[in-house]
Design a protein around this ligand. Sequence first.
Ligand SMILES: NC(=O)c1ccc[n+]([C@@H]2O[C@H](COP(=O)([O-])OP(=O)(O)OC[C@H]3O[C@@H](n4cnc5c(N)ncnc54)[C@H](OP(=O)(O)O)[C@@H]3O)[C@@H](O)[C@H]2O)c1
Length: 268
Amino acid sequence: MNIGLIGAGHLGKAFLSGLSRNGVRANTITVNARTEDTMNSIKAQYPDINVTSDKKELIAESDMVVIAVKPQNAREVITGINAYDWSDKIIVSFMAGITLADLRELFNDKDNSLNIIRVMPSIGIATCKGVMGFCYEGNVPRVDEVKAIFEKLGYVITLSEDRFDNVMVSAASGLAFVTYLMKEYRDACDLLLNDTEASETITRMIFENALEIVESGAESMESLIDKICTKGGVTEAGIEALEKGDIKDKVSACFDAALKRTNELLNN
Ligand SMILES: NC(=O)c1ccc[n+]([C@@H]2O[C@H](COP(=O)([O-])OP(=O)(O)OC[C@H]3O[C@@H](n4cnc5c(N)ncnc54)[C@H](OP(=O)(O)O)[C@@H]3O)[C@@H](O)[C@H]2O)c1
């Protein structure tokens, strides 16, 4: 399948990195970005990838066109390309907060005939360890082929659009949220130890350790906590303080704020 990519920023580049790691034949990929600088840097990194400033050419050469510009640029970009022939193309949108209905409106697709898929990847697709929401309506030809491409880049969850933003917030934005928690942990260690390097190492190692133990199946998250928490002991006192600090409410508030913003993206 020939792939076109419009927008090669953080996520577009992660997509190219994941594809190249998987040996998807590079000469089947064409990239367009706003500036020559970005296109030149893509060409320098991936000499076999085609870059073009002409979106019409990119669309003509591609079976699947991935749109990875900011939601705020969706209107400008899509109204500039919606007059081209999309009848046998598959449109994949990575854009947060732009619904299938919004996309149909922007593409002027009055009879719902265009093939549109929303994919919401975490930036982990760069190393083929992404988590992706995947949603579409009706019959999209070659959808299994499209899905197979994304399955090479990580874990794909196919879901209805009403649950799509939940995956975006918990997985795509979630990678930043979890890293934020990890950073706070490191900074708190540093206050305790007054040793930046040791604090960074301890934080990385214990997060990795917890993940390895849970991933191995040796313990669930709950049983690992129980195992370390001796009744009346030191760890239990710390966990009680975490619970009193309403950490659950804070994580929920973070998800709620992110979800609320998804509805405001197209027109801001
Ligand atoms: N970052 C993430 O982790 C993440 C996760 C899930 C979903 N998303 C979604 O992915 C999309 C891109 O996010 P990002 O973080 O990659 O943004 P970004 O780093 O700002 O990249 C945006 C890209 O769009 C290009 N662009 C802007 N206007 C254009 C135009 N008229 N024609 C062609 N290209 C144009 C820019 O080109 P230049 O480089 O030449 O300026 C840039 O390469 C967003 O809609 C976001 O919601 C991002």
